[in-house]
Design a protein around this ligand. Sequence first.
Ligand SMILES: C[S@@+](CC[C@H](N)C(=O)[O-])C[C@H]1O[C@@H](n2cnc3c(N)ncnc32)[C@H](O)[C@@H]1O
Length: 219
Amino acid sequence: MTSLDQAEVRMSASPKFWDKHAEGYAKRPVSDKAAYQKKLEITRDYFRPDMEVLEFGCGTGSTAIAHAPYVKHILATDISAKMLEIARGKAEAGGVKNVTFSQTAIDDFNPDPESFNAVMGHSILHLVEDCDAVISKVHKMLKPGGLFISSTVCLGDSMKWSWFRFVAPLGRLVGLMPLVRVLSTKNLVDSLTGAGFEIDHQWKPEKGIAVFIVAKKAG
Ligand SMILES: C[S@@+](CC[C@H](N)C(=O)[O-])C[C@H]1O[C@@H](n2cnc3c(N)ncnc32)[C@H](O)[C@@H]1O
């Protein structure tokens, strides 16, 4: 049993759903622009020009591209070739040279220990098979004092979403939804601290369902 409060939809991660929705995802405007900007600003306060950064589940690359001027290099990965195709196009159009896009599932990504100064995972921890395993993996790939910066949908925080546990497996079965787990902020924080992180910053926008966390590996 993992420490996370999860509604499980047991199927291996598949890029098909995300390939199909990549163009729509790219066109959809950010739902809360002020909150997104605040997250970018908080993140930038931690970034330094010599940093090697990983972003997994980078989608169409907007966040990696936005942060590119503030770090040395970003390796931006995603399971979906379509998402990455759009991301590469955006980076090229913007003349961004220090972001490398690569297709891989975080589950299969095994870099050398202590490879990165910072790892970002936005809107992704609730979509992976084994969130605890991913958090431990991120901890291992960070240098001492490294940062794990994440924004995670926590439907388990509100009773309003309790119906979702029952609908999610059905939606997944008929191909209308990806694998989605019902996480709660408390159990996400427990998982991060259980893996050895200290919580350096935690913020949930008033109207949002995603918690933004900057977690730090001991230096
Ligand atoms: C909800 S989108 C978030 C995209 C981006 N991070 C953002 O905040 O807009 C989730 C992304 O994670 C990718 N993804 C889903 N499962 C994954 C996995 N196991 N490993 C890597 N990427 C994955 C999807 O292809 C999709 O691009």
